[in-house]
Design a protein around this ligand. Structure first.
Ligand code: C2O
Ligand code: CU
Length: 440
């Protein structure tokens, strides 16, 4: 796959633009008549799935809309295999979830109201296509995004340098592969890793900078840090949390974090991803203050010391809306694998749910690997954090650590349909770590 600059990944927020928008709004009633129509604005994008990524670029084009917009995406399948697009994290109506295949040569029109605001991504949900580079960023902006001057969308990506079929066969031949180890991801060996966009993050002294970090890789957990700057984490998986300041983040496959950085230390600083397993630096770029030349020296200190964000630090900024005193149903699931045959499973009874039920899921991990578990169509509340029972954070993907690690989450069955529940390490998913949840 080729590596392109992330279109729409960098944005300057300028006061001038805001003023123009304001004037436009003031004039709108006179131009459009009164009362104004209530139809959401439709935003249309076209994505062709090709062997070199969406529209021939990796990551695919940046999709950026405002909360409440009607998002329409026309997918054209130019691959020789079926494909689909899944809107990772967005609680879309079931038929728009991108699980049903679109045949080669076919098209499909996805259409849904873009909400809630947040940092998401989109990707193929057919086989291992995500690891062929079929992914891109999806940003839903709030009507009021709060106070910052500049924003960068950063996507972490692992790169095979060979076909996914070849990588999958290697894994099956060699059991869990060369990357196996306690707490590891049990994925294929990657040739290299990317942090998109490749160019430097350019800032000015005094800027408040928003970073939207998306782990779009297929099988790699990273630690992320910026030299000379701390990160004030404001969102996880698009949902707001009570801000917490750290030196580094661990970001699992499919997870996203938004963080603010105060640009008060003029210079050129390293920005880097390290492999969470080994600490080896995987990909880097730099934070460059306007007018500063030269290269960043060394590595961000946060990769080796300082405070690393823990799930336990997270407190939802949304309070306790939708939380029940006790769940209506408890579902116990076990994550396990047969390393010799590279077969993975989620075992335990998955009952048909009733709409409106509050469901608690408890995962126990009997395998040595970590598993980034993802639920389609819903946000869940991650239990056992600093949010306590009043404000546990909302997420859509969470790492279940290995070995013998456990995670509990709760969600409300408020979006009827058939929903996948799976490990987002796509080689685990492809070899069995996936289940379907249903309710009407
Ligand atoms: Cu991004 Cu079924 O997942
Ligand atoms: Cu897994």
């Amino acid at each position: 796959m080729g590596v392109g600059r992330l279109a729409g990944g960098v944005r300057d927020r300028q006061v001038k633009t805001k003023r123009r928008e304001f004037l436009g709004q003031a004039l709108a009633p006179a131009l459009a008549g009164w009362p104004p129509r209530r139809r959401p604005a439709a935003r249309e994008f076209r994505l062709a799935a090709t062997a070199a990524g969406y529209n021939g670029q990796v990551p695919g084009p940046g999709i950026r809309v405002r909360e409440g917009d009607l998002l329409r995406v026309v997918l054209e399948n130019r691959l020789s295999a079926p494909t689909s697009i899944h809107w990772h994290g967005v609680p879309v109506p079931n038929r728009m979830d991108g699980v049903r295949p679109v045949e080669p040569g076919g098209t499909f029109v996805y259409e849904f109201e873009a909400r809630p605001a947040g940092t998401y991504f989109y990707h193929s949900h057919a086989g291992l296509q995500l690891d062929d580079g079929l992914f891109g960023p999806l940003i839903i902006e709030a009507r009021d995004e709060g106070d910052y001057d500049r924003e960068f969308v950063l996507m972490a990506d692992d790169w095979l340098g060979r076909t996914t079929e070849a990588a999958y066969q290697e894994l099956q031949r060699s059991g869990a592969g060369g990357m196996m180890g306690p707490g590891g991801d049990g994925g294929p060996a990657y040739q290299t890793y990317f942090l998109h966009p490749a160019g430097p993050l350019e800032v000015a002294v005094g800027d408040r900078v928003r970073l939207r970090l998306i782990n779009a890789s297929a099988a790699t957990t990273y630690r992320f840090a910026v030299g000379g700057h701390r990160l004030r984490v404001t969102h996880t998986d698009g949902r707001p949390v009570v801000p917490v300041t750290v030196d580094a983040l661990v970001v699992g496959v499919g997870e996203r974090y938004d963080a603010l950085l105060e640009a008060t230390a003029a210079g050129v600083w390293p920005v880097a991803l390290a492999l969470a397993d080994t600490g080896r630096v995987a990909a880097r770029t730099e934070l460059r203050y306007r007018g500063y030349l030269g290269d960043a020296v060394g590595l961000p200190e946060g990769l080796s010391r300082g405070r690393v964000l823990q799930y336990g630090d997270l407190v939802s900024a949304e309070g306790n809306e939708g939380l029940a005193a006790r769940p209506d149903r408890v579902v116990d699931l076990t994550l396990s694998g047969n390393m010799g045959r590279y077969e993975w499973a989620i075992s335990g009874a998955l009952p048909d749910l009733q709409q409106g039920e509050r469901v608690r899921m408890r995962f126990s991990n009997m395998s040595p690997m970590r598993h980034p578990m993802h639920l389609h169509g819903h946000f869940f509340r991650l239990l056992g954090t600093a949010g306590g029972s009043a404000a546990p954070p909302s997420k859509d993907t969470v790492i279940v650590p290995g070995p013998m690690g456990s995670v509990e989450w709760e969600f409300t069955a408020d979006n009827p349909g058939e929903w996948l529940l799976h490990c987002h390490q796509v080689y685990h998913m492809e070899s069995g770590m996936i289940r379907m949840l249903r309710y009407r």
